[in-house]
Design a binder for this molecule. Structure first.
Ligand code: G3P
Length: 274
């Protein structure tokens, strides 16, 4: 599974690329707002074009998803094309992120705007990452429309299952991939029992349909979820900056390291030290 960093914060992105573990970057309007607000609070002036340019250069050779903020098919296509024209020439690594369904509620009739925008941009050879996937059917339609990547939101489905069943939780709490039994009933939403289960179903459905679209497990919150997304065959997992170091931590690793450090033979060190 490829690992992307889910961030629009330049410092986080720089550090993650120094660590050498990043295969790409995902951003969204909220992540960009967060990063911009941090800089504004520090009194720093922000030129958004230079800021995003720096991110794209750091990521050179790996993809960066930039999201549209318009909600009509025409608006999304125009904005997607503009984003691509402005930023892709910098490092040739831009994907345009399109919401699968930009309607704000069930009564809103614009349910196919996202799919139509994906189709138009893909036909124009602009790679699309389709976002806000919460049911596998959305992933299937987005992939059929030509999306290069589909992004099921694993963590948010877990939150939703807990919230709608009045279960107290912290955002980073682990939610079992096989689901949660509450009062003798397995919690589910549209037949999905967990975020990882959503990812698993998307992977399987696209595989069955022989579609080459990659499944990007988004909204991952903890190392266990990252592992489970990889185990169910997600092609990509996008991870918040703070979770990346958590992938390396184990008390027995610390303990072993302490022993090895104590046991260093002086002559060995003298001979080999750089
Ligand atoms: O990649 C999607 C992600 O940014 C959403 O994450 O933690 O806000 O659900 P979260």
């Amino acid at each position: 599974m490829k690992i992307f960093i889910d961030s629009a914060d330049l410092d986080e992105i720089k550090q993650a690329y120094v660590w050498g573990v990043c295969d790409g970057i995902t951003t969204n309007p909220s992540l960009l707002k967060k990063a911009v607000d941090v800089r504004k609070k520090k009194g720093q002036k922000l030129d958004i074009k230079s800021y995003l340019t720096e991110i794209l250069k750091i990521a050179k050779g790996t993809p960066v998803s930039l999201e549209v903020t318009e909600r009509t098919v025409k608006g999304m296509i125009e904005q997607g094309k503009k984003l691509y024209a402005l930023f892709n020439p910098i490092a040739h690594n831009v994907l345009i992120k399109i919401p699968v369904n930009p309607a704000l509620n069930a009564a809103d009739t614009n349910h196919f705007e996202g799919i139509a925008a994906i189709k138009a941009l893909s036909n124009a050879k602009i790679p699309v990452n389709c976002t806000l996937i919460f049911i596998p059917e959305q992933a299937l339609l987005a992939a059929k429309a030509g999306a290069k990547i589909v992004s099921p939101f694993a963590g948010r489905i877990d939150d939703y299952l807990r919230t709608t069943n009045a279960i107290k939780f912290d955002k980073s709490d682990y939610f079992p991939a096989h689901g949660w039994m509450e009062k003798g009933r397995l919690l589910s939403d549209h037949g999905v029992v967990s975020g990882v289960d959503l990812v698993r179903q998307c992977v399987q459905i696209l595989k069955n349909a022989n579609l080459k679209t990659e499944v990007l497990a988004a909204s991952l919150r903890n190392p266990r979820q990252v592992r489970e997304a990889a185990l169910v065959g997600a092609h990509i997992g996008t991870i918040p900056f703070t979770v990346i170091p958590d992938l390396l931590k184990h008390s027995k690793t610390y303990e072993g390291m302490a022993t090895f450090t104590n046991d260093v033979v002086k002559e060995y060190l003298e001979l080999t030290k750089g």
